[in-house]
Write a protein that binds this ligand. Structure first.
Ligand SMILES: [Zn+2]
Length: 362
């Protein structure tokens, strides 16, 4: 069950039409209480609901936003008078209700009662804020993309980001819900993955590659441990030893020790077969942009991605990284500079960072 059909994906792409600024400006001028967008005033750095009682700004200083998140991402802070942020709470109730009851049919009228709004308004507000209608959201829960995350007890906001939604990822709506066809499905079922393991100064390194590129690079204390990690990740894939991959291991080790830079080539992703949700891919790409010898905190990385509220989702995407070293999740550290966790051991993380620092100081 559960795959989105093409027409459903097309429907998702049509969410959130751009705001017509002509009409929006008239609604602001009229303090229209039914208008469901926000406007920011560039001269004050504050954003408001159209109904705000504050003095009308000059048209030239106004920017419109469909959601609170967008306004905040653009650097505006909420007005203390009209409290644009408080307006999202009925939606939160609706969202949580859907999450609790996703397995049965939920009439819009029921959601309306919960929010204290008309069914039509709930539908419109939900779609505006979430980028998906209540039904689409429910369908994604049923399809499992979000549910898997929820099962791991992460917050819904994180799960939502992980599933490919996100305030500033409008352009990616079609790929929302983690339904990208490129995703590794069911433990790599139907995939043929070639692999090789070799010892290195950082412990045993194992690489795995599909025909499209490198899909796995892990570190282990022993050869058996390294190989077990691959089987765990891709239990359903056909795995074949391939000594021809030894060169990848050398290249990865060299990249760390000598600062050779194919990792940061513009085309660097071409030799990698990275698969994940749109959000995960964005995080992994952001990791690759951290210069060697430097580190970032999760919140810094989230900010650099333009997703300042997604810190925990960013951390989770880092933890899901399958190609360590080359997608340098080891360059992310705790707020106080502590090494925090690392899928392949904190001690290895320390050694990788030390080696990179030494290499980049030449
Ligand atoms: Zn206001």
């Amino acid at each position: 069950m559960g795959r989105l059909r093409d027409d459903e994906i097309a429907m998702m792409k049509r969410t959130n039409p751009p705001i017509d600024s002509e009409i929006a400006w008239k609604q602001v001028a009229a303090r229209d209480g039914s208008a469901r967008f926000f406007y920011g005033v560039t001269t004050t750095g504050v954003f408001c609901r159209p109904s705000c009682a504050s003095r009308r700004p000059l048209r030239a200083n106004v920017r419109f936003f469909a959601t609170v998140d967008e306004a905040k991402a653009a650097g505006f802070r909420p007005c203390l008078r009209c409290r644009p942020i408080a307006s999202s709470s009925p939606l939160k109730l609706v969202r949580e209700h859907i999450e609790r009851n996703y397995e049965r049919a939920i009439p819009l009228a029921e959601l309306g009662r919960i929010a204290g709004l008309s069914p039509f308004t709930v539908q419109r507000l939900f779609k505006q804020t979430m980028g998906a209608s209540p039904l689409e959201y429910q369908r994604s829960l049923r399809a499992g993309a979000l549910r898997a995350s929820l099962k791991r007890k992460v917050s819904v906001t994180d799960a939502f980001y992980e599933a490919g939604f996100g305030s500033s990822s409008r352009g990616y709506d079609g790929a929302a819900l983690g339904m990208t066809p490129a995703r590794f499905a069911q433990g790599g079922k139907g995939e043929r993955i070639f692999f090789w393991a070799a010892a290195s100064p950082f412990g045993w390194v194992i690489v795995g590659a599909t025909e499209r590129g490198l899909c796995w690079l892990a570190l282990g204390g022993t050869k058996a441990e390294a190989e077990a990690s691959l089987r765990e990740e891709f239990p359903a894939a056909e795995l074949k030893r391939d000594p021809g991959l030894a060169g990848w291991i050398e290249a990865a080790v060299e990249a760390v020790q000598k600062g050779t830079s194919h990792n940061q080539d513009q085309d660097g992703t071409k030799f990698l077969d990275l698969r994940g949700t749109v959000f995960q891919l964005r995080v992994w790409q952001a990791l690759r942009q951290i210069p060697r010898g430097e580190t970032r905190t999760y919140s810094e990385l989230a900010r650099e991605m333009g997703e300042p509220k997604a810190t925990r989702a960013v951390a989770r995407a880092c933890a899901m990284n399958r190609v360590s070293v080359l997608v340098p999740c080891h360059r992310v550290v705790g707020k106080d500079g502590s090494l925090t966790g690392y899928r392949w051991g904190v001690e290895r993380k320390r050694r990788l960072l030390e080696a990179e620092k030494a290499a980049s100081s030449y």
